[in-house]
Design a protein around this ligand. Structure first.
Ligand code: NAD
Length: 268
């Protein structure tokens, strides 16, 4: 059984979707979870749900692209809690506002995606590493994507950002290995979150004429059906369960890995 009691965890982008699910699972395993998001109200609501279910939590507003805010939050949390044991770098987007209406990503899409998905992960990771190195323990879990495994014609900026997260995970794992700090990535498959609700609506996302006239959710189910060997979608709780394992002492010998949670959709 996974036991995260007496561990403090910080999850980014945790107002909705995967971050919300991961936060809940970590709290169920006993962690005190700091739920953070650029959306302060959303983060508060996830945190309140955790507390209502009997878990330990607090919320914080955090824009992962703002280095100064990241450093201030980590320093405040370290003073308040004593130590941060687990970080889940989950905040991620597919583009700047209105990206789902653009066939070709514009400069804003490239800059926004790289700033949040890649630099955001680096910003938070570098801010927590000093404390982890000093204590010679810590677990950093980066949420990448199966989009890191294969390029795409429609969202190349997103694919590149996620491939970057996998590469950064390996480099950071090598830097922190001498300090017994583990750094791993999780590559989620297909999850029906607000992010995917936009993705499925892109005019070029699906070529298949037979999908015309279906609702977004119905088309999502078809996408899952067509390319997933296990014929099922993934859930935020699926991602949370792997995050909880990677965050536990049981995973002390696993580092620099990127693990797909995708029902077999990608096998690299
Ligand atoms: N949904 C999927 O199928 C899927 C698949 C693979 C990987 N992912 C990845 O999982 C992560 C979460 O995805 P999701 O589907 O839950 O997305 P989502 O859009 O549902 O939620 C993303 C959250 O990140 C927050 N956020 C956005 N910009 C931020 C910033 N600058 N600082 C802090 N928070 C910010 C948003 O407010 C939101 O709460 C992302 O990194 C995404 O790329 C998702």
């Amino acid at each position: 059984m996974i036991d995260l009691s007496n561990k403090n965890a910080l999850v980014t982008g945790a107002a909705v979707g995967i971050g919300r699910g991961v936060s809940k699972v970590l709290a169920e395993q006993g962690a005190n979870v700091v739920v953070s998001d650029i959306d302060a109200d959303g983060a508060k609501s996830t945190s309140e749900e955790i507390i209502k279910a009997g878990g330990l939590s607090q919320s914080a507003q955090l824009d992962v692209t703002n280095k100064e805010s990241v450093q201030t939050l980590i320093s405040d949390l370290s003073n308040q809690l004593g130590h941060i044991d687990i970080v889940v770098n989950n905040a991620g987007v597919v583009g700047a506002q209105g990206w789902w209406e653009r066939k070709i990503p514009n400069d804003d899409d490239w800059d926004t995606v790289l700033a949040i998905n890649l630099r955001g992960v680096v910003n938070v990771s570098l801010a927590v590493e000093e404390g982890m190195k000093a204590r010679k323990q810590g677990k950093i879990i980066n949420i990448a994507s199966i989009a890191s495994r294969q390029g795409s014609p429609s969202i190349p900026h997103y694919n590149a950002s996620k491939a970057g997260v996998v590469s950064w995970t390996q480099s950071h794992a090598l830097q922190l290995a001498p300090f017994q700090v583990n750094v791993n990535a999780i590559c989620p498959g297909l999850l029906w979150t607000p992010l995917f609700e936009h993705l499925i609506d892109r005019p070029d996302f699906l070529d298949n004429q037979s999908l015309e006239g279906l609702t977004g959710r119905e088309r999502f189910e078809k996408v899952v059906e067509f390319g997933t060997p296990m014929q099922k979608e993934q859930t935020p709780e699926d991602i949370g369960k792997l995050a909880a394992f990677l965050a536990s002492d049981d995973a002390h010998n696993i580092t620099g890995q990127a693990i797909n949670v995708d029902g077999g959709r990608r096998m690299n």
